[in-house]
Design a binder for this molecule. Structure first.
Ligand code: FAD
Length: 451
């Protein structure tokens, strides 16, 4: 049964949320409701009533800048908690240049010896399944993850794969160890004996990233978030070291009790105090059309990482909607300005890809490249997310620093950012606090290739 202050929503097959009623003491069993000839799934969203002090003025409680995975999940979490939230999206949703806008993003637990991220990703995988149920759409596809190694998977030679394998086992998971030509036997797209060791873990896959952003934006609106597309923020409105809102490029003022900046690669330009601690890096993404797609379709090919911490290369099975195989490089990248510098994939990048394919995927090495993209990381110097209040400006919160691995953590990001904005202590948030990173700091995300 529903608690008295629940909001009742109908979810029709078009993923539209139709606020039914908001009334007390309603007794309808959860599940299906039929109306005329249509069947609807009934979902209840518990709303917490914020204590009264937040509802004083007509000003929004929270103004969020950015409609990527950081901004949207935060808006949803705060609105669900009963705060009034507005979100400015800087362009269409999904924004074609946003990092969250993509045909696919890896969802993996494999973070080497880093148990914190492994556990966080493990929780997120449960929540990705819950999102699939809630939205009645397979936004997350659990096709499994293959970590292929060209050398024996020992600590010295392949530390990322070795530690991931043993930590998964220590956590009760069953990664399948694949040695010798078992990899190419099981996944025939791979060149025989190119990779001689590794493992396959079924609890992993990819998210339909751009589609997830579309669905989350609609969901946020159905909860009451005021989503405003195509409003580009020029600067923050700071008075007496207090954030009051923002001014848009058109000169309009948007005021709120609290401002949360989740502007991806633009965050450190809206909050310049962040610039010493993070940089924008561009990474090439390739979409190829194989002549024989069946070899590259799941389950014949799962999401894969090929010596990723030594080469950066990773990829996805043949995409069911886009009909391409996406391959990208989780490497150093090219430092860029998000607006001033061209985001092109250069001939040298293409040659680098062809060389990789030649030895790894002979059947793909001369396949046509349908399109490429240089996508931007908001790269913190240590590779960890940045989720905290500004130490010197009141009512200003930052949610950014995806560093090339944030999308999978979507289900937890909004909760972490909302908790930090509300001054709540949350397990693990310490890692993402405002931190004065010095020049010597190195990236700590173990899958990342660093020359
Ligand atoms: C090539 C590539 C591959 C990746 N692969 C993976 C992967 O496999 N798995 C994974 O987990 N993660 C992956 N990531 C990382 C992941 O995509 C990011 O961490 C995440 O999407 C960042 O989300 P965001 O909300 O911070 O930024 P974005 O998604 O970039 O959103 C930023 C938002 O801010 C808005 N904005 C910007 N400036 C302004 C302004 N001035 N005014 C108003 N709005 C503004 C934009 O319009 C956009 O809506 C990858 C990233 C890249 C680039």
């Amino acid at each position: 049964m529903f608690s008295p202050c629940a909001s009742i929503y109908l979810l029709d097959q078009h993923v539209r949320f139709l606020p039914l009623v908001e009334m007390h003491a309603l007794s309808i069993p959860k599940g299906q409701l039929s109306c005329k000839d249509k069947k609807f799934n009934l979902h209840c969203i518990e709303r917490q009533s914020p204590n009264s002090k937040h509802k004083a003025s007509s000003m929004d409680d929270f103004l969020i800048i950015g409609a990527g995975i950081f901004g949207l999940t935060t808006a949803i979490e705060l609105q669900k908690r009963g705060y009034q939230v507005s979100l400015l999206a800087g362009g269409p949703i999904p924004h074609p240049k946003a990092a969250s806008t993509d045909i696919s993003k890896i969802v993996r637990m494999e973070y080497g010896s880093d148990a914190f991220y492994m556990d966080m990703a493990d929780r997120c995988i449960d929540e990705w399944h819950a999102w699939n149920d809630l939205f009645q759409e397979e936004l997350y596809r659990e096709v499994g993850f293959l970590l292929a190694c060209s050398k024996p998977m020992e600590a010295e030679t392949q530390p990322y794969e070795h530690s991931s394998f043993h930590l998964l086992q220590a956590r009760g998971h069953q990664p399948e160890h694949l040695v010798g030509d078992l990899i190419s036997k099981r996944f025939p797209a791979f060149a025989s004996r190119r990779y001689v060791d590794g493992f396959y873990h079924k609890r992993a896959g990819y998210a339909l990233a751009g589609r997830t952003i579309e669905v989350l934006a609609k969901y946020a609106q159905s909860l009451g978030v005021e989503v405003k597309e195509a409003i580009r923020v020029k600067e923050l409105l700071i008075e007496n070291s207090q954030a009051k809102g923002v001014t848009s490029e058109k000169g309009e003022k948007h005021l709120a009790g609290h401002t949360i900046v989740c502007a991806g690669a633009h965050t450190a330009f809206l909050v310049p105090d962040l610039q010493p601690f993070m940089q924008v890096t561009g990474h090439p993404v390739f979409h190829l059309r194989p002549r024989n797609s069946s070899l590259f379709e799941s389950p014949k090919l799962p999401v894969f990482a090929a010596d990723i911490s030594h080469s950066g290369w990773y990829g996805f099975p043949y995409h069911p909607h886009e009909h391409v195989v996406k391959i990208a490089n989780h490497g150093v990248g090219q430092v860029l300005h998000p607006d001033r510098d061209p985001r092109e994939v250069r001939e040298a990048d293409v040659q680098h890809l062809r060389t990789f394919l030649q030895t790894a995927f002979p059947k793909l090495h001369d396949a046509p490249i349908v399109y490429t993209r240089r996508c931007l990381y908001m790269d913190t110097l240590d590779g960890h997310f940045w989720i905290d209040r500004h130490p010197r400006i009141g009512n200003l919160m930052i949610g950014t620093g995806g560093s090339g691995h944030g999308f999978k953590m979507g289900p937890e990001l909004g909760k972490l950012i909302a908790a930090a904005a509300l001054g709540e202590k949350r397990e693990g948030a310490e890692r993402f606090r405002w931190r004065e990173l010095g020049g010597q700091v190195k990236g700590e995300e173990e899958a990342r290739f660093r020359e």
